[in-house]
Design a protein around this ligand. Structure first.
Ligand code: PEP
Length: 259
């Protein structure tokens, strides 16, 4: 992870209303302060539903919490007749640092293609948001041994037209679909194989220097008991955590994987 600050990001998905969000963020902050967590050593982001963003932002700003804030998706458009969609401009105004793009639940349930995902990556950059771009293969693709080919294809398509200066700042999460919310975690070797292949792809498309700056996360049933072995691998720079980020003590332990 030469020079790259690890990032642990908690994707709450469609869980917790704004009151529950406030409770969780306060508990998380108390726990981290109690353990004297150094946010410069491991960065932590919470990614609540849109309706919680304002409450969490108020807490972060008012109490000067060091947590970063992210949203779970954004529109590829900036404004207009897109009922139900949320623009990157709104997210930036609410103090979001990150935005998840191309989560497998968006790709599968909402039919988001690589073309849409790529447009969302560009929309994020238009509003100074850092995309956390998710790629990952299904169980079927893994059984056929085509996982690397699949995720390299997704990354290449999603980055089309994105300039090197932006790519260097972004976060890419390898999230095998078969490991998301299933309790079945990829091995550290699987995570390393995928993250290294993705980094090589950025090096080929851009340069080795750009590839060295991108942070690659692993996501899929990360827990306090398995995070350290995954994080020990060279090309894994962090974790995108779903279910386990809904429990303040468990998420804090994941964030403290170095302890
Ligand atoms: C996710 O949805 O990004 C995720 C990794 O979920 P879980 O940790 O619950 O598998």
């Amino acid at each position: 992870q030469a020079g790259r600050v690890p990032l642990i990001a908690g994707n709450w998905k469609m869980n917790l209303d704004h009151q529950q969000a406030t409770v969780l963020v306060q508990k998380l902050d108390w726990t981290l302060k109690d353990k004297r967590h150094d946010h410069a050593e491991t960065e932590i982001a919470v990614i609540p539903p849109y309706t919680d963003l304002r409450s969490v932002q108020t807490l972060i700003d008012g109490d000067k919490l060091k947590l970063k804030l992210g949203a779970q998706d954004l529109s590829q458009h900036d404004s207009g007749a897109y009922t139900g969609d949320i623009s990157g401009e709104f997210l930036a105004k609410l103090g979001c640092d990150y935005v998840v793009v191309g989560h497998s639940e968006r790709r599968t349930i909402h039919g988001e293609t690589d073309e849409i995902v790529g447009a969302k990556v560009q929309a994020a950059f238009r509003h100074d948001l850092t995309p956390i771009l998710c790629v990952g293969e299904s169980l079927e693709v893994r059984k056929e041994g085509r996982q690397v080919e699949h995720i390299v294809g997704q990354l290449t398509a999603d980055l089309a037209g994105v300039p090197a200066k932006d790519v260097a700042t972004m976060v890419v999460a390898y999230e095998p679909i078969w490991a998301i919310g299933t309790g079945e975690v990829a091995t550290p070797d699987d995570a390393q194989e995928a993250c290294a292949a993705l980094r090589d792809t950025v090096a080929e498309l851009y340069s080795g220097d750009v590839a060295d700056q991108v942070r690659f996360l692993y996501g899929g049933s990360v827990k306090s008991g398995n995070v350290a072995s995954i994080m020990a691998r060279d090309d894994v720079d962090g974790a995108l955590v779903g279910g386990a980020s809904l429990d303040a003590a468990e998420f804090a332990s994941i964030c403290r994987f170095k302890a």
